[in-house]
Design a protein around this ligand. Structure first.
Ligand SMILES: [Zn+2]
Length: 87
């Protein structure tokens, strides 16, 4: 009985260690991949929201599309909106 308990305890300890290792490795791997590889719709929306109120912050990444009167689109680069904004 005690032998079995010891074996089970060892197995559980190993399992817990493996779980911990898996959990520890995940958060470290995620930030590397998430921002660049897959810009999700939510991320794009957050980006649009973030760049909307502050023209100064958005000035780095602009669509740059020009309309007929020579004005430049002030939306963020690759904006989801179909229309360009010249304000
Ligand atoms: Zn545009």
């Amino acid at each position: 009985m005690s032998k079995m308990d010891g074996l089970r305890a060892m197995r559980e300890a190993k399992y817990a260690a493996a779980q911990k290792a898996a959990k520890a490795s995940k958060p470290a791997a995620r930030p590397k991949v998430a921002p660049d590889a897959k810009p999700s719709k939510a991320a794009a929306a957050a980006k649009a929201l973030a760049s909307d109120p502050g023209p100064a912050a958005a000035s780095e990444e602009l669509c740059g599309h020009r309309n007929m009167s020579g004005r430049t689109c002030t939306r963020e680069a690759g904006h989801a909106a179909k229309s360009h904004r010249y304000s």
